[in-house]
Write a protein that binds this ligand. Structure first.
Ligand SMILES: [Zn+2]
Ligand SMILES: [Zn+2]
Length: 237
């Protein structure tokens, strides 16, 4: 760093002191990179198991879900009710702070090490955005999370397997579960169903709320003959 950049950074730090994205307190030097203070970071719990997507009960080991009509397991890294988690997700999605992906990487890594599950013979497929939405946002957050999972698990990745064929409202705008279900109905299509036939799939999304979006994608994958499906999300509500 040259002297001018250094001076500029010092001045910026004085004028706009870097603050924690969650609690708003000034950040210490070593916290600046993560944009979140140690206390808020420590408040983030990491799960260690799979969950039933329907009743959200914990599933011990690699057993099937308690609800027989659910065709997949939920693998959430952490809980969306935590304010730090909520803010990290929001700042990535709406403020384009993609550098926060470095912050979530160790949290995701911790979940994988606690889960102790072998994902090697799986194909990672991120939930796609509609091309207009992706153009507007500049990136697909699920795809960025999928790439971290790929790096950490050794599973292969196919970012173009699934396509959004219909523009939908953002699910966050809709509170009623019924409306959410209607909003995403038949919104996905597989580019080539043979790519997922008899394959184990990791579907990736940032947040799991009612599950309507994931359920739709699972429907497409099952119709195409996918074997085991695990919905891997950064946070479950
Ligand atoms: Zn904080
Ligand atoms: Zn259940």
């Amino acid at each position: 760093m040259n002297i001018l950049t250094k001076t500029k950074n010092i001045l910026l730090d004085i004028l706009f002191p870097p603050i924690c994205l969650n609690c708003g307190f000034d950040l210490k030097e070593k916290e600046k990179r993560d944009k979140i203070c140690e206390k808020c970071m420590d408040s983030i719990i990491t799960y260690s198991s799979f969950f039933c997507p329907k009743c959200k009960s914990r599933i011990p080991g690699e057993e099937k879900t308690c609800h027989k009509d659910v065709k997949y397991l939920l693998a959430p890294v952490t809980n969306y009710k935590n304010d730090s988690v909520k803010n990290i997700v929001k700042f990535i999605k709406y403020n384009r702070w993609t550098s926060l992906l470095n912050t979530i990487e160790p949290i995701l890594e911790k979940y994988l090490s606690l889960l102790k599950y072998n994902f090697e013979n799986f194909i990672i497929i991120p939930i796609p955005l509609h091309k207009d939405r992706e153009r507007e946002r500049g990136f697909n957050q699920s795809e960025l999370i999928a790439k971290i999972i790929c790096k950490k698990t050794g599973a292969s990745i196919n970012i173009n397997a699934l396509k959004r064929i219909r523009f939908t409202k953002t699910q966050a705008e809709l509170k009623d579960p019924e409306e959410r279900m209607k909003n995403v109905k038949d919104c996905f299509a597989l580019i080539d169903p043979n790519e997922v036939k008899n394959k184990n799939i990791i579907l990736v999304d940032d947040v799991f709320t009612t599950g309507s979006t994931i359920n739709e994608a699972v429907k497409n994958l099952k119709q195409a003959g996918a074997k085991k499906i695990i919905a891997f999300v950064f946070a479950k509500a």
